[in-house]
Design a protein around this ligand. Structure first.
Ligand code: SAH
Length: 392
């Protein structure tokens, strides 16, 4: 195995278990690692400190272990087993809920790997070439750990692997192949389109926030903006909403939300979906048309350099909702941009509230759920934040 020698002092963050090594920390390399290779990392004194996947770029090693141990079948089984036990402890693996994230990258000490479980199907996504190369071993370990509970493993890395790695088409089943794709979240059913959908096909990370929304929905006129598969819409309907309007700029999303509403509330006239741009819809809708609005846009800032514009975008979007919402209305507003901190997001929403001149109270501060854990040594893993606001 190739050995990476660090510059003096560069082992400090690794001693605190931070799982990334930046290229500037490397002093010299014994050998010529290829992207995705397992490498052994030593301090300037030659002492072992970590093993990880080599990659080309500013993050040059993603650490798999700080113990001098082989990364073999048993290693993957141990890691997946800890992740699975944690999800069982969270109460997520049950008949009324079989949709959860089993592996959340660094949050589960497996940088570059995502595994979402949808009933009997696991959807696995590699964000690094190293994880891509280990996909078969990981799939086997997953079967060992989950046994009969996983009958299909769909591998979906076409859009997540670094382009430069030139690995081509990488979507397909590693196990099974059942087209059955209905999963259950808190007793509600959802079609999961892992093949064509965004991410692994569903935004598992909003589960707890959807549950909270359900409790605020009774008798309300709900606007679910950026609805995608309509998670929030379906919960609002179960919560007794008077009407639910779902909006997304993608016609495909509108098709998905209609399917999911039909799956749970066939023939229910309370729901309608519109394919339209969010800003245009918010502009043209009537004042006081809704008394519960959800704003869950895509990440406005994918990188730090887009931060300024992203914050302006959040302000502009929220200002529209404040301007139009019925007095006594409730706004669920989110940001899933990792580059935007919760303080910055709150400031953007504060600015929007001030512009509208409305009286606004913060009722809840929301975040990602337990199955998207944050590794305490890797605070960069915190990305989802939200506010529930009462607008007088
Ligand atoms: N709330 C969803 C996830 C939202 S993902 C859930 O709980 O599952 C973001 C969605 O915003 C995507 O479906 C995307 O199609 C949509 N979108 C992106 N830009 C948009 C715009 N300008 N107007 C309306 N929808 C937009």
């Amino acid at each position: 195995m190739t050995t990476i020698h660090l510059r003096r002092g560069k082992e400090e963050s690794l001693r605190r278990f931070h799982p990334w090594i930046f290229s500037g920390a490397v002093h010299h390399i014994d050998g010529q690692p290829a992207e995705g290779d397992l490498v052994r990392v030593v301090t300037s004194e030659g002492q072992y400190i970590a093993t990880g996947h080599w990659q080309i770029g500013s993050i040059t090693v993603r650490v798999l272990t700080f113990d001098d141990e082989p990364v073999d079948a048993l290693f993957w089984q141990r890691r997946l087993s800890v992740a699975y036990q944690a999800r069982q402890a969270m109460g997520l693996c049950q008949q009324h809920n079989n949709t959860f994230r089993l592996v959340h990258g660094e949050g589960d000490n497996l940088p570059g790997l995502i595994i979402d479980i949808y009933g009997p199907t696991a959807v696995m996504q590699a964000h690094s070439v190293g994880m891509h190369m280990c996909r078969q071993e990981i799939a086997e370990a997953l079967q060992q750990v989950m046994g009969e509970r996983v009958r299909n493993i769909f591998y979906k890395s076409e859009t997540t692997l670094p382009f430069k790695a030139g690995l081509g088409q990488e979507n397909g089943f590693l196990l099974g192949g059942s087209p059955e794709n209905v999963a259950v979240e808190n007793g509600l059913k959802f079609h999961i389109d892992w093949l064509r959908g965004q991410k692994t096909g569903f935004f598992v990370d909003q589960r707890d926030n959807r549950s909270l929304l359900e409790h605020y929905s009774n008798g309300r006129r709900v606007l679910n903006m950026f609805c995608y598969t309509g998670g929030f819409s379906v919960y609002a309907m179960r919560g007794g909403a008077q009407l639910v309007h779902s909006v997304d700029s993608s016609a495909k999303a509108v098709e998905l939300v209609n399917q999911n509403v039909a799956l749970n509330f066939a023939g229910d006239q309370r729901h309608e979906a519109f394919a339209e741009d969010a800003f245009k819809y918010l502009e043209r809708m009537q004042p006081h048309q809704y008394d519960l609005i959800i704003l869950d846009p895509p990440a406005f800032a994918k990188h730090k350099d887009a931060l300024h514009n992203a914050l302006k975008g959040y302000t502009r979007l929220n200002a529209k909702a404040f301007e139009k919402i019925q007095p006594g209305g409730i706004l669920f507003t989110f940001s899933c941009s990792q580059a935007v901190s919760k303080e910055q997001f709150r400031m953007a929403v504060f600015t929007a509230a001030a512009q509208s001149g409305r009286r606004v109270r913060i009722l809840h501060q929301l975040h990602q759920p337990a199955d998207h854990p944050i590794n305490i040594y890797h605070p960069e893993g915190e990305y989802l934040k939200g506010l529930v606001l009462y607008v007088e």
